[in-house]
Design a protein around this ligand. Structure first.
Ligand SMILES: Nc1ncnc2c1ncn2[C@@H]1O[C@H](COP(=O)(O)OP(=O)(O)O)[C@@H](O)[C@H]1O
Ligand SMILES: [Mg+2]
Length: 330
């Protein structure tokens, strides 16, 4: 599908295990993302997807295993991981609500600017030049995600879908070689989901490999070159979208009823009918200004309704508490 010449591993995670007391949230997971690839990570709530991301980005120190980026083992420290070239977005949006859209992107750039504290305080010529360059790049990224006209708005005033896009722009500001997206379309309407799909393709075309967690199966199978399925912390299946979509274990364990049997026209028709029915209800909360999109985003609504569960429980509280300190690692 991709036309990359000689793909090489960007990310190599091997034997990653994460235990919390008696609970093994991630067990011995290997995962590779090659240059030019979009890889999907799916699995039911509580499967360990976010925990695995946290292990990749140094937010958690894995109990066992190692993570390499372009052949170098990463120290489990968020800012070093970002500096190495991995950027991420969060399942629960972590923007600086009272900063402007542009400022949020600028925050993401700081790992790539050499100007230090003194230079910033003294506002010398070096700082001013670096700042002008950062702003220029930040505006380019806002243009890329289609939010340049809102550069001066406060982040908290953006509709939900735009906040998610802004998080992507902020992640891109660190000039990553690998982008990790944790449920980028959660809470989006079908039009926004479709736009996000295009955005992820465009990011890949910029030469950035992508690893994406999503519950929206249509989104995942459209987008991904390969998909890995986690179940109760373990890798259940891995393969191309076609292979995973048709895998009996995946169907039984995760995809469930709508995909039973061989996925084919019948299922597509069924899903599209459901999408058409759900569309009215789905579109209203976001008040999207785009005209009706093709009714093909059916799975978006239902499976995502439950995404909050895992995050409201105590587990994420840990990571949540770090929001302020880790925010700068973006
Ligand atoms: N910091 C933590 N402390 C204790 N348990 C955790 C922590 N983070 C995650 N867990 C547990 O690990 C399991 C996997 O959670 P998570 O990675 O959020 O799943 P997913 O993202 O696939 O929905 C869950 O049982 C969750 O409760
Ligand atoms: Mg999660």
């Amino acid at each position: 599908m991709t036309t990359t010449i000689a793909p090489s591993p960007v990310l190599e995670a091997s034997g990653v295990t994460m235990r919390f007391g008696g609970l093994t949230a991630v067990r011995n997971v290997d995962l590779t993302v090659n240059s030019g690839e979009i890889v999907g990570l799916i699995g039911p709530n509580g499967a360990g997807k976010t925990t695995f991301f946290n292990c990749l980005t140094g937010l958690y120190v894995p109990t066992e295993g190692k993570v390499s980026y372009k052949g170098t083992v990463l120290p489990p420290k968020p800012h070093l991981v970002t500096q190495a070239g991995i950027a991420r977005t969060f399942q629960n949006i972590r923007l600086f609500a009272n900063m402007t859209v542009l400022e949020n992107v600028l925050v993401g750039r700081h790992t790539r600017t050499k100007e230090g504290l003194w230079s910033a305080l003294l506002r010398g010529p070096g700082f001013k030049k670096a700042e002008a360059k950062s702003r220029e790049r930040a505006m380019e990224l806002l243009e890329f995600i289609g939010l340049q006209h809102k550069a001066d708005h406060l982040a908290r005033n953006l509709p939900y879908g735009e906040q998610r896009k802004l998080e992507i722009a902020r992640a891109l500001a660190s000039e990553p070689g690998l982008l990790l997206l944790d449920e980028p379309t959660a809470g989006m309407n079908p039009q926004e989901t479709r736009a996000t799909e295009e955005l992820v393709f465009a990011i890949r075309d910029m030469g950035i490999a992508v690893l994406v967690i999503e519950h929206d199966m249509r989104f995942i199978f459209n987008l991904c070159d390969r998909v890995t399925v986690l179940m109760q912390g373990e890798k259940l299946v891995e393969g191309t979208s076609d292979v995973v979509q048709g895998d009996e274990r995946v169907i039984a364990a995760y995809l469930g009823e709508p995909f039973e049997g061989a996925p084919g026209d019948e299922e597509v028709a069924e899903v599209e009918a459901a999408a058409a029915a759900a569309e009215g209800a789905d579109a209203s909360p976001e008040a999207g200004d785009a005209p009706a999109a093709p009714a093909d985003e059916a799975p978006a609504g239902t499976p995502e309704a439950e995404t909050e569960d895992a995050e409201t429980a105590s587990p994420e509280a840990d990571a949540q508490g770090k929001t302020r300190t880790e925010g700068d690692s973006q």
